[in-house]
Design a protein around this ligand. Structure first.
Ligand code: NAD
Length: 343
């Protein structure tokens, strides 16, 4: 079967990982790239040997010649680009966060549904192999019925040097990083019905919040804590590891720093190393995230070919984005917010 042909829009900081992932993907390749910044367009085009380069998305779509687009621009442009792709009947991947507002996110999902085009949000954290290992361990039944959990990302890593725009937005950690942790909580503990959140800013040099703690009520009477911080200085910097705790009726699971997965039940305690592989193009400590980029892209190719909805489809991602919106509302008003209020 012929490879699917893709066009990448946005050749910035993170897109380089996506280009590496596409180079390794089975059944798909990138044939065109677009960025309004000529220097970034040139750098990515030269590194990956892509000759069809566009400074304008209108020119990119006018020329066509691809089966899907991979949108790797920042959030402000996501709605217009997804709607443009839908108007051209082109299957679309869009980076997280899906949109700046719920209204935009819902409009994007509707535009793709009306046009009949597949739409996936590049929500890659749930594709990290250590997180998959936690889910598989729960599904094996060893810890019994899950009643409590925690998804935690605490770091002092300087994310602002690679992504300076993160220091300037009114919203920071929930929208940028917490969104991944909230999606992982949904993936592991199921959909949430309500959230209670607290936020604060520790770093005076940024505009948004850099610490957030969310208490989630999940369907099935599971409670989870999702906590994230970019103001936490630890003896060994854990970036970019997501740590997970799960308590069940028959035992416990702990994904701890250094990618150790500890499963404890009446049968004993088993510790497994679940560190992801370092792909040929990857560089620790980013290898964890980089591997998940490859995995979600391969999932997209398989879903597109099979005509199946991808796991993190736009529709699915509305539930994750609703948690972001509900968390900000809860923190602003100091109350528990039901998801039904925002979706
Ligand atoms: P960036 O600013 O480094 O890159 C964005 C690029 O898009 C820039 O080169 C810009 O010129 C280009 N661009 C913007 N609007 C355009 C338009 N209308 N037409 C053509 N080009 C346009 O940003 P980044 O840090 O790479 O982040 C991009 C996206 O990736 C964000 O949504 C961010 O949240 C996401 N991201 C995801 C992960 C992850 O693990 N999934 C990690 C980092 C960033």
């Amino acid at each position: 079967m012929a490879d699917l042909k893709g066009a990448l829009i946005g050749c910035g900081f993170f897109a380089v990982n996506q280009m590496h992932g596409w180079r390794d993907a089975e059944g798909a390749r990138i044939v065109s790239i677009c960025d309004r910044d000529p220097e970034r367009l040139r750098a990515v085009g030269d590194e990956f040997g892509i000759t069809r380069r566009y400074l304008s998305v209108d020119d990119l779509f006018a020329d066509g010649g691809f089966d899907f687009v991979d949108i790797a621009t920042t959030v402000g442009s996501h709605r217009s680009l997804v709607e443009l792709a839908a108007r051209h009947g082109i299957a679309t991947i869009c980076q997280k966060p899906i949109a700046p507002t719920m209204e935009d996110a819902e409009a994007m999902v509707e535009a793709c549904a009306k046009a009949g085009v597949p739409f996936m949000v590049h929500e890659n954290f749930r594709w990290q192999s250590p997180i998959r290992a936690v889910k598989a361990a729960i599904d094996s039944g060893t810890v019994g019925e899950v009643f409590w959990g925690r998804v935690s990302f605490r770091s002092g890593y300087d994310v602002f040097s690679g992504q300076p725009y993160l220091a300037t937005g009114k919203r920071f950690i929930i929208e940028d990083l917490g969104i991944h942790a909230l999606d992982v909580a949904r993936y592991i503990f199921g959909d949430a019905t309500a959230v209670t959140a607290r936020t604060r800013r520790v770093n005076p040099a940024i505009a948004g919040e850099d610490v957030a703690t969310m208490l989630l009520d999940h369907e099935g009477a599971i409670t989870s804590i999702v906590d994230c911080s970019y103001a936490t200085r630890l003896p060994i910097e854990p970036f970019p590891e997501t740590l997970i705790e799960v308590d069940g009726s028959k035992g416990t699971l702990r994904l701890s720093q250094g990618y150790h997965l500890t499963m404890h039940s009446k049968d004993g305690t088993k510790v497994t190393n679940v560190e992801p592989p370092v792909l040929s193009w990857a560089a620790p400590p980013w290898h964890n995230i980089q591997e998940s980029v490859s995995r979600i892209q391969q999932h997209w190719v398989e879903a597109l070919r099979a005509g199946r909805e991808p796991d993190t489809s736009g529709l699915d991602n509305l539930e994750t984005f609703a948690l972001v919106e509900a968390s900000y509302l809860s923190a602003a008003e100091g109350r528990t917010v039901s998801l039904a209020e925002v979706i």
